[in-house]
Design a protein around this ligand. Structure first.
Ligand SMILES: C[S@@+](CC[C@H](N)C(=O)[O-])C[C@H]1O[C@@H](n2cnc3c(N)ncnc32)[C@H](O)[C@@H]1O
Length: 383
């Protein structure tokens, strides 16, 4: 029996091998292997295949760029590090959750607003608790199978918190607390993690959901403070849309650098991983379901390899179209793809597809992961 290729990849260090002009890329892997990935606002909310912040930091240091765009910005790692480095940044993602989260993580408020935010979170928790204790009916408008996912007391606490967040007047606080709410959802649910669907063996006592919410709100304020102390640059612009429409989305702006970690082919399914959060937060994920690149749900079919090549080609053309006319670089962080149960390695695929997109691969640095797969940092520029 052939062993199935394991899907998820996690960054675990290991030997680095290089090809071409890859000194900066090797330095980025080396830093990522040693440093804490959860500093500043980075560790606030889980995100499948979240990039290690040291990669962005080292690439900014080594390249000395002034402007960057991350067209698959996810939870906003590049954007937070761009603020620290004083680099002007734009982020794009197809997921409405990513866009909201990246804005919250990279856009810290003033010290007074941070204090007010914690006070507001305490108010939300207290009023929600009073609802639950007073047996005020809480309306949770989720589909019936979804309701079964939660212990009844958790459902009531979540419903109360969400209702109180909805009623907040200050829009910035409402948005940030929605992300705090999102950050605790998996912890209090019955599923093991957002990428593992099996049932978790965890006991959630009454009141824990509300406590976690408050703890995470306080944590966010502390993380904002840590970021505020080191931030040099302006808050990023974060836009919702398909990276393949990048030039239109950024309104014709051009950049010194595209630094991004696109989906790893056949590895994750962001629409499925975040479906529960989207439902609670009432976010419309129709576009993500239709246009998500490399989604595992599309990569089991016989024609999947051609489909993945097509998606990567379209992506490369879009990234090239926003480079500044006299140069610019693209740095991609990507894991090898599993397509129709076959391995498609990133360097092979990019070497094959880059010329047609008017690009050339300058250097690659790679680290091994499990089951013969690797994760790569690839530097491309105009051919
Ligand atoms: C590997 S993750 C990026 C992680 C990010 N670098 C971070 O550190 O959090 C890939 C991202 O691509 C997004 N995505 C998938 N298809 C997309 C598309 N067509 N256009 C823009 N974003 C897309 C997903 O929503 C996901 O956030």
């Amino acid at each position: 029996m052939t062993k199935k290729i394991k899907r998820s990849l996690s960054q675990i260090g290991g030997p680095i091998h290089r090809e071409g002009d890859a000194s900066a890329l090797v330095a980025a892997w080396a830093a990522a292997s040693q440093e804490d990935p959860d500093t500043l606002t980075h560790g606030f909310h889980p995100w499948p295949a979240r990039m290690h912040p040291a990669i962005a930091r080292v690439i900014f240091q080594e390249s000395g760029v002034r402007t960057v765009v991350d067209p698959f910005c996810g939870a906003g790692t590049t954007l937070v590090e761009a603020r620290v480095a004083g680099v002007e940044a734009v982020g794009v993602d197809l997921s409405p959750l990513a866009v909201r989260l990246a804005r919250v993580k990279a856009g810290f408020p003033s010290p007074e607003s941070r204090a007010a935010f914690v006070a507001t979170a305490k108010g939300v928790a207290a009023r929600s608790e009073a609802r639950v204790r007073g047996r005020v009916p809480i309306h949770v408008d989720l589909p019936r199978p979804e309701l079964a996912h939660w212990h009844v007391h958790v459902l009531k606490e979540l419903g109360g918190l969400r209702e109180e967040i909805r009623q907040l007047e200050r829009v910035e606080e409402r948005r940030a607390l929605a992300m705090v709410f999102s950050s605790i959802l998996t912890k209090v649910g019955k599923q093991r993690s957002e990428t593992h669907e099996e049932v978790a063996d965890r006991t959630i006592r009454k009141g824990l959901t509300t406590e976690l919410f408050l703890r995470k709100a306080t944590e966010l304020a502390e993380r904002w403070e840590a970021l505020a102390e080191v931030a040099e640059g302006p808050p990023p612009d974060v836009i919702e849309g398909d990276a393949r429409q990048l030039a239109r989305l950024v309104g014709g702006r051009r950049f010194d650098l595209v630094l991004t970690s696109p989906p790893y082919g056949g590895t994750y399914d962001y629409a499925a991983h975040h479906a529960r959060r989207m439902a609670w937060l009432e976010l419309d994920d129709t576009a993500l379901r239709r246009l998500e690149l490399g989604a595992r749900r599309r990569m089991g079919f016989d024609d999947a390899k051609a489909h993945w090549d097509q998606e990567v080609s379209e992506m490369l053309r879009a990234l090239r179209s926003v480079l500044r006319p006299d140069g610019g670089s693209i740095v991609l962080v990507m894991g090898d793809a599993v397509v129709a149960d076959q391995l498609v390695t990133v360097p092979d695929q990019l070497e094959r597809l880059a010329p047609d997109a008017g690009l050339q691969v300058v250097g690659v640095a790679s680290q091994p992961r499990h089951a013969g797969r690797e994760e790569h940092i690839v530097w491309l520029r105009r051919a």
